[in-house]
Design a protein around this ligand. Sequence first.
Ligand code: CO
Length: 157
Amino acid sequence: MVRKILKLGDETLRKTSKPMQKFDLRLWLLLRDMTETMRKAEGVGLAAPQVGILRRVVVIDVGDEHGLIELINPEIIAAEGEQAGSEGCLSVPGRRGYVVRPSKVTVRAQDRKGKPFEITGEDLLARALCHEIDHLDGIIYVDKMDHEIFDDDEEAQ
Ligand code: CO
């Protein structure tokens, strides 16, 4: 089921999400809905608070060899380098911003059954991991952006 994506200005997006403790059907249905919602909106990532659920659950698919990544209770445990680039968010439609992020991050999380694992991402995946995990703490990329990107700027690049 495709869920409604909350937009910038909705207070729910600013709240801190709680850890997921039960790895049961309710979680699996949430993951399924989040993936459907992300794909329909043609996004590369979605965090549970964006669909109004204040739990530490994220889905990402940047179209690389990792395919769909499901992250429960993710934490960044290592970060290195720096990348500066354009970033958008399904909760901030029609806008892009210039955001500096680490170029490589390692995340520890649990899978849909509660089993711990680690994933390392570079470039776009590193950016997506940072962006989505920020959502779990009520942080939106506009808080961190250096400046807004307008169409004219992109043509100039
Ligand atoms: Co976002």
